[in-house]
Write a protein that binds this ligand. Structure first.
Ligand SMILES: NC(=O)c1ccc[n+]([C@@H]2O[C@H](COP(=O)([O-])OP(=O)(O)OC[C@H]3O[C@@H](n4cnc5c(N)ncnc54)[C@H](O)[C@@H]3O)[C@@H](O)[C@H]2O)c1
Length: 335
């Protein structure tokens, strides 16, 4: 590979802007060769962001064949996954994919099979794993038994249904708040406590007057059982305007950790009254992007903390929750 990693993007919307702004656009060992988006104006904005580097496409296949990227960023909304991954896997290219990796388990499983068969390097945008606070708590949990946790993403929800908030409020497009947004906390729960075996979920609906196309739940509570016997309760809400936010309270046998905010600052309480506070990082995308680019250059994992398999497992938990919301039954996840 040449000294610069040639990147192509499939989906060039808001999250791509975030990755570029937080550092990727200034990586000296990266070149931008292709911007694909169904909306060419959006692709043109991203191209503009990197000083006009790269070509605009509305067809992913054409971009892969003409621009010939060394690695691909798949940055699509939940409902749009599957076809792009198949093209990328066919060409055996490493890829970074934003969370959630799919809206349904069949799509995620098919992609995971292709990744495994071709031994592809992947990274999923679970950036919270890269935080110092999370690493510290994970280390502490290795020396004790995980017990329980509760937390989630609570807010008042969108009032204007434009941009991402248009697809976000449609269940068949976003998969609902738990699958689309609280997926970060699902992944964090797995990262700290391990694999999940059972899911039970309750949906809360019709709390506010909404337009007809608003088909996601207003809120949900999801109970998880981990393979090691620990438990979690995760909340999502887009109808509670007061007292919400992003948080996760975690108990081990000798520790309580309280994560708060998008940046996941943590306050850890330890035996004998000891307390440790670690502020969360405002810029975390650059760290996960650095790990991905370093890995592509090395041809092996170098600092990537979440792979496609993690994306598949988070999707399995969220799809289990969606099924449980429908049936009212506990869902046992496949091993
Ligand atoms: N890691 C994070 O914290 C974080 C933050 C925001 C969004 N995201 C995730 O990133 C993904 C994208 O979100 P976004 O905010 O960029 O949404 P967005 O709506 O701003 O951008 C998505 C873009 O994909 C394009 N698109 C849709 N289908 C396509 C296709 N088949 N081929 C090419 N382009 C296609 C759309 O035209 C749109 O421009 C979502 O899954 C979201 O959950 C992650």
């Amino acid at each position: 590979m040449a000294s610069k990693v040639k990147l192509g993007f499939i989906g060039s919307g808001g999250i791509v802007k975030g990755h570029l702004d937080q550092g990727l656009k200034d990586f000296s060992d990266v070149d931008f060769v292709g911007w694909c988006d169904l909306n060419e104006a959006t692709a043109a904005e991203r191209r503009e962001q990197v000083g006009g580097r790269g070509t605009i496409y509305s067809d992913a296949k054409k971009m892969l064949d003409e621009a010939k990227p060394d690695a691909v960023y798949i940055m699509l909304p939940p409902f749009a996954h599957g076809a792009a991954e198949a093209l990328v896997i066919d060409r055996k290219l490493p890829f970074f994919i934003e969370k959630p990796v799919a809206i349904d388990l069949a799509t995620a499983r098919k992609v995971a099979e292709g990744v495994e068969k071709n031994n592809l390097l992947t990274s999923v945008g679970y950036m919270t794993r890269y935080r110092t606070s999370v690493q510290r708590v994970r280390d502490l949990l290795k020396k004790q038994s995980p017990v329980m946790m509760h937390g989630g993403w609570l807010g008042g929800g969108p009032t204007l249904y434009e941009g991402i908030w248009n697809w976000w409020v449609q269940k068949d497009k976003s998969g609902g708040q738990f699958l689309e947004q609280t997926t970060h906390t699902i992944d964090l729960a797995r990262y700290l406590f391990g694999d999940v075996t059972h899911v039970y979920a309750v949906a809360v609906r019709d709390r506010r007057k909404r337009p007809d196309f608003f088909t996601i739940e207003d809120a949900s509570m999801v109970q998880l059982t981990f393979a090691n016997g620990a438990a979690a309760n995760l909340y999502s809400s887009c109808c509670t305007s007061i007292g919400g936010g992003i948080f996760l309270d975690v108990w081990g046998t000798d520790m309580k950790a309280v994560f708060t905010g998008w940046e996941h600052s943590v306050k850890v309480s330890l035996p004998n009254g000891e307390e440790v506070s670690i502020p969360g990082e405002g810029n975390i995308f650059a760290k996960e992007d650095r790990a991905f680019i370093d890995s592509v250059k090395a041809g092996k994992v170098k600092g990537i903390l979440a792979t496609y398999e993690d994306g598949l497992k988070a999707t399995a938990i969220a799809c289990g929750a969606n099924e449980s919301m429908k049936t009212g039954k506990v869902v046992k996840l496949d091993a």
